[in-house]
Design a protein around this ligand. Structure first.
Ligand SMILES: [Fe+2]
Length: 243
């Protein structure tokens, strides 16, 4: 079975539609969303509607939590906070309740899914440096063979053995005997690895092989929606820059 893993859509319907279209045309059987459906972008309801329809599982991201009032807004800088409040106003009752129902984690066989670092899913910790991955040696036994996470909007992968971490970012290396992998799947709606193309991961559950999918999409359309909604220029500009 092929699973498409999307994350950090951030109310970008142009990017989300392109990602689903690709998945439909490339034999993906099931889609999972790692959270941050909303925040930053201008189309929260269309993104919630489409993800609710298309994803078998969706997790709660920190922006989703802030929008529904389950996380302190003070965690965010002013412009991000403004969009959180704007999004709260825009959301349909149905989508608000749906966000409220989302879990922190999910599991399919030996694949684990998280929005942020698996060591404490509700803590929204980042997984950016090798040291962040090394913390997970403390819970090595509890980790699934694969952990897919979002949150950083980056594309990084670390293979852990019982007492060691190896940075395998930029490769498609899979964990060997006695090894486990933690990887960030990139962002559909607001990539930050200096590549503005949307990003997600497809994994084959039989072979364990995975790939990062990068696709260009209608950035101009998404940016214009942000401008029209009166949200910060910062969020439209960064779509073009991939930062
Ligand atoms: Fe995010």
């Amino acid at each position: 079975m092929k699973i498409g893993i999307i994350s950090d859509v951030h109310s970008n319907i142009q990017a989300l539609s392109t990602a689903f279209e690709y998945a439909d045309n490339h034999g993906v059987d099931r889609m999972i969303c790692l959270g941050d459906v909303v925040g930053y972008g201008a189309d929260p309801n269309p993104c919630c509607d489409l993800i609710r329809e298309r994803c078998v599982t969706t997790l709660l991201g920190n922006h989703d939590a802030a929008v529904i009032g389950a996380m302190e807004e003070s965690y965010y800088y002013q412009e991000a906070k403004d969009v959180i409040l704007w999004t709260r106003d825009q959301l349909s009752d149905e989508n608000f309740s749906w966000l409220f129902s989302l879990p922190y984690t999910a599991k399919v066989g030996d694949l684990g899914f998280f929005h942020s670092a698996p060591i404490l899913p509700s803590g929204f910790y980042y997984m950016v440096h090798e040291g962040d991955a090394a913390y997970h040696l403390q819970i090595f036994e509890k980790l699934d063979r694969y952990s897919f996470i979002g949150h950083s909007h980056l594309t990084q992968a670390f293979i852990l053995s019982e007492d060691e971490v190896r940075d395998v970012t930029g490769t498609t290396e899979t964990p060997g005997d006695g090894e486990k992998i933690i990887m960030t799947v990139g962002s559909v709606g607001q990539p930050r690895d200096r590549n503005p193309d949307l990003c997600f991961v497809i994994v084959d559950t039989e072979s364990g092989a995975y790939e990062y999918v990068r696709l260009s999409y209608d950035i101009k359309g998404a940016a214009e929606q942000i401008e029209t909604a009166g949200l910060s220029h910062r969020f439209s500009r960064r779509l073009y820059e991939g930062i």
